[in-house]
Design a protein. Structure first.
Length: 273
């Protein structure tokens, strides 16, 4: 196994300790990708919730063609990947996948169509701690949820057991349906104090997230993510299409029962206190 890393830091060292070979490079620097692809027959292509996925995909596709290899490429995508979605990152992800297809690559695209458990502490822990509220533009209805760990293990299964998937595009849904009111109820139980859900407009939530990004530069929330997640919430609140939860299918892919949101919140209680 070879891992592409941007630097030899403590995270890279953990990969070395797990048995990975390290290649230092960057998806924005094509020159580093050609040697990293030498002898590789399967690639996991993933990009953070941030701007830049289209040039990253172009650099990767070009490097594959120069390297003269034809690796099967598993892409971690998102449900909003569509040319007409109001999320700019959703549009960009769709275009990046078009670039990979135009290059003639052997693709399995995992368009995860659920909110991640990790969204709750990343996006809402600050307001839960400050005033006992969850604020966003998703509205009162239930949405599908999945843990980041389970999504990662779906990608592992796609790499090691492609026969479990019907491609080239697969839409993993969530493992359970929960509204943000219900999540507020779980946090009320967990923390022993009231937590309530307050729906706000997409514009208002975007501004709040942009303010949070400006106050804590370099953390997970950034301006591109603010536009993305607030737009996704607006679509869901407006009755846009949403995948139903399907824990059985995900359990079949990853070989165990998925992690529930309640379990995740209890394991990460310190984030909200």
């Amino acid at each position: 196994m070879r891992a592409l890393v941007r630097g030899r830091d403590e995270r890279a060292q953990r990969l070395v300790e797990m048995g990975a070979e390290i290649a230092v490079g960057d998806l924005t620097d094509r020159r580093t990708l050609v040697p990293a692809l030498s002898g590789i027959d399967t690639v996991y292509f993933t990009y953070p919730i941030a701007a830049g996925v289209v040039p990253a995909a172009a650099h990767y596709a070009s490097a594959v063609l120069e390297a003269g290899t034809s690796p099967r490429t598993v892409v971690m995508s998102m449900g909003p990947a569509h040319h007409a979605h109001p999320s700019l990152l959703g549009q960009a992800q769709w275009l990046a996948e078009q670039v990979l297809e135009w290059a003639g690559l052997d693709l399995l695209i995992l368009r995860v169509s659920a909110l991640f458990h990790e969204n709750v502490p990343v996006l809402h822990a600050g307001t839960v701690r400050r005033d006992g509220t969850i604020r966003n533009s998703f509205g009162p209805g239930p949405v599908p949820w999945i843990s980041g760990r389970d999504a990662a293990e779906i990608a592992v299964a796609a790499i090691l057991h492609p026969e479990r998937f019907t491609g080239p595009v697969v839409y993993p849904g969530g493992t359970e349906m929960l509204s943000h009111d219900q999540i507020a109820g779980l946090l009320t139980e967990l923390l022993g104090r009231p937590v309530v859900y307050q729906p706000v407009s997409a514009e208002q939530w975007r501004r709040e997230l942009e303010d949070a990004a400006a106050a804590r530069p370099g953390e997970v929330v950034n301006t591109a993510m603010a536009q993305h997640i607030s737009s996704v919430g607006q679509v869901v609140a407006g009755g846009g299409p949403a995948m139903a939860a399907d824990a059985a299918t995900i359990a079949g892919w990853i070989g165990r029962q998925p992690v529930g949101l309640r379990e995740f919140l209890w394991d990460n209680a310190a984030s909200f206190r």
